[in-house]
Each structure stands twice: as C-alpha cells, then as structure tokens.
Design a protein around this ligand. Structure first.
Ligand code: ADP
Ligand code: MG
Length: 354
C-alpha cells in the first residue's frame, strides 16, 4: 500500500523512483562503494530495501544498532547485527549463503539458521560473502563513527580491505546526515583508511509538486478514498515533496476523511518525531535548538541568529556559532544560500517555529 508508513521493500509499493533505483543497482555492479544520500523521510531506506530485494545482499541499520547498544557499537554487537541480517535474507539465497558460510571457523548452520559465534571473525564472514557475491547495505552509516574506540576507524579499515581485495563485494552506505557521513568516511583525507577510493553517489531529492500530487492521487485511488483536487493541492502546498510526510497525510486522511483533522494528525506525529530528534541534538549542545528556533522564525542571517541566541543563552563566540551552524548543515537540518539560512524541511520549520 502506498500510504503504508513503514519503509517500502518491494518495487510495486514504491511510487516513482525508477531512476534512483536503476542508478543504485547499476552502481553496486560497477563500484565497490556507493553512497545513497538525502534528507530524512525522503525515501532512502525504501529505495535501498527495494534494491536489495532484487539483488543478493544484507541490510544493517546502523542507527538502530547505535541506539540498541547504548551509544557505542562494539564488534560483538556489529556481529550480532550481521547475523540478524544474514537470517533475514530470502530463503533461496540464504541456503546458498549457509553452504558457504558453514565452512568458516566459528560459523554454525542449523537448517536455514546461521549463527556467528564469538570465535567467528568479521573478515572471514566478508570472505564468505565475497565468495557468493553480495551487497552490504548499511543504512544511516554515519552512526558507525561510534564503532570501536577510534571513531569507527577499525570499521573503515575493514571496508578498505574488502574494497581492495574482495571484488565480489559491494558496499552501500546511506545517510541522512550527509556531511557527517562524508566526515566519517574522509575519502579525501590521506590519513583515512578509505583515502582515494572511487565511489558513486546517488542523491534522493524531494518529489516535484506535480509528482507529489500524482503520488497522493494514486494512494487515494488505491485506498478507494475520494478527496478533492483542492485538498490535494493544499496538502502538497504545505507538505512539499517529502514522501514521508505525504504518506502520513494520506494515511491519516484515509482514517479521518477530514482534511483539517488529517493535517493536525500529521503535525502531531511530526512534532513527536522531530522533538525526539532535537532531543538527540541537545545532548550535543543545547544551542542547536535555539539556532533552529531562530531560523524557523525567519531570523535567517548570521547577526540575527547570534543576537537571538545571546539574549537567551549568553555570549557565544563567532567560531563556536560558525561550527554549530556548519554542523546543522552537515546533519541536513539547514541550508545556507547566499548568506541566508533556512530549514530545509517545511514541516520541521512549522513544528519548530511553534
Ligand atoms: P528515509 O530512509 O529517507 O528516511 P523512508 O524510506 O523511511 O525514508 O521513507 C519515509 C516514508 O515515506 C515511509 O513511510 C515510506 O513508506 C514512504 N516513502 C518514501 N518513498 C516512497 C515512495 N517512493 N513511494 C511510496 N512511499 C514512499
Ligand atoms: Mg531511513
């Protein structure tokens, strides 16, 4: 169902995005490393999962791994995640996979269940995966900077090893926090394990206005719910082309059949999601939420933002403010154009400005 609020996994469930899918699938064939980039709720996980459904590969959500292991990812928790991902693959492929992996020390196979014991090594598992040929997809991969004690460097070294030696493996790293993902991989930095490696980037953009309307219409048609052209227009006007919000609206409208109520529901849900994300930001610096608030209120230039913050939280050195703003750009919250800052997602702007 188009308005199902979970990430899509099959091509029939995905609206449009044929181009992005083809680009991604082709890239995995040509490049050992592909980045799938775009802001939150734009549809990265859906595109990634649909692609994986058509390729042989494993899927790991690094963000989930980060939260479930309490903010630090150990090699044993990564191993557990890989084990889960192996066991979530399609039965036919898993059977072949199990045949190969069971020859590796520390890997046990019973029926279709693959178990990685403490003695198994990640390198050996990669060797096994290389033998069969696999895509290793890591969603929100910037969270792997919390792997191990050295900013994820051991993980990058493993990827670099696979890049150089295991030619049947292809990695896809997706990221909402595009700048943070680049900072983590540091492909331009000669001290990074991945220095100088070639890779492909696939960027996911919002739907155009017309495509957004098309999307809503198809979803309502599928659900056999009638809605006026004007209401579709208004919804797109407000939610822009971000599929995550369009789906929330469609889903709520199907249940309420009332524009105002549906929109209020979307905003309440958005508020809960966004406030959760901002709470994470505030752990890093309480100034982040003040900056976002200032920008959402239309204070879009450096001086105005600085004044807003200083009145409320005391002096902030220019260098500090610059770094906070740069981080907000890297995390995909704000964008700077011609010296003015804006919040990229209109729903985020609406929620924060309240
Ligand atoms: P991201 O990983 O970029 O945050 P998701 O793939 O989780 O985005 O998508 C957010 C929401 O939007 C999900 O509910 C998903 O079902 C929906 N969605 C995204 N892209 C599409 C699409 N092309 N067709 C249908 N639903 C989509
Ligand atoms: Mg996602």
């Amino acid at each position: 169902m188009l308005f199902d609020p979970r990430p899509k996994t099959r091509r029939e469930e995905l609206f449009d995005r044929e181009e992005e899918l083809e680009e991604l699938i082709e890239a995995t064939k040509k490049y050992p490393l592909t980045l799938l980039l775009g802001i939150r709720r734009i549809g990265k996980s859906s595109i990634l999962r649909v692609a994986l459904n058509e390729l042989n590969g494993i899927y790991i959500d690094a963000r989930e791994l980060y939260f479930e292991s309490g903010g630090w990812i150990s090699s044993s928790s990564l191993k557990k995640a890989i084990e889960r991902s192996l066991n979530a693959t399609k039965p036919k492929w898993r059977k072949e996979l199990a045949e190969i992996l069971k020859r590796i020390e520390g890997v046990k196979v019973s029926g279709l269940e693959i178990k990685l014991s403490r003695e198994s090594s990640l390198t050996d598992v990669l060797l096994g995966l290389n033998e069969i040929g696999a895509v290793i997809a890591i969603d929100e991969a910037q969270y792997l900077r919390f792997y191990g004690a050295r900013g994820g460097k051991e993980f990058l070294a493993l990827v670099a090893y696979a890049y150089d030696n295991l030619e049947n493996l292809s990695f896809v790293f997706s990221g909402s926090e595009v700048g943070l993902l680049h900072d983590f991989l540091r492909i331009d930095d000669y001290t990074s394990p991945l220095y100088g490696r070639a890779y492909e980037e696939v960027t996911v953009e919002p739907f155009s206005r017309d495509l957004s309307k098309e999307f809503l219409k198809s979803g309502f048609e599928e659900a056999e719910v009638r809605i006026s052209e004007g209401e579709i227009e208004k919804a797109v006007e407000f939610l822009d082309g971000i599929p995550g919000w369009l789906v929330e609206f469609g889903y709520s409208y199907i249940h309420t059949k009332n524009f105002k109520e549906a929109m209020e529901k979307v905003l309440r849900k958005a508020e809960a999601m966004i406030l959760g994300e901002i709470k994470e930001l505030e752990k890093k610096s309480p100034r982040y939420s003040l900056i976002l608030k200032a920008i959402s209120l239309g204070l879009d230039r450096w001086e105005l933002i600085k004044e807003y913050i200083e009145v409320r939280a005391g002096e902030v050195p220019n260098s500090r403010l610059a770094s906070l703003l740069r981080n907000l750009e890297k995390m995909g919250w704000v964008k700077k154009e011609e010296g003015r800052y804006r919040i990229i997602d209109p729903v985020v702007r609406e929620v924060i400005s309240k």
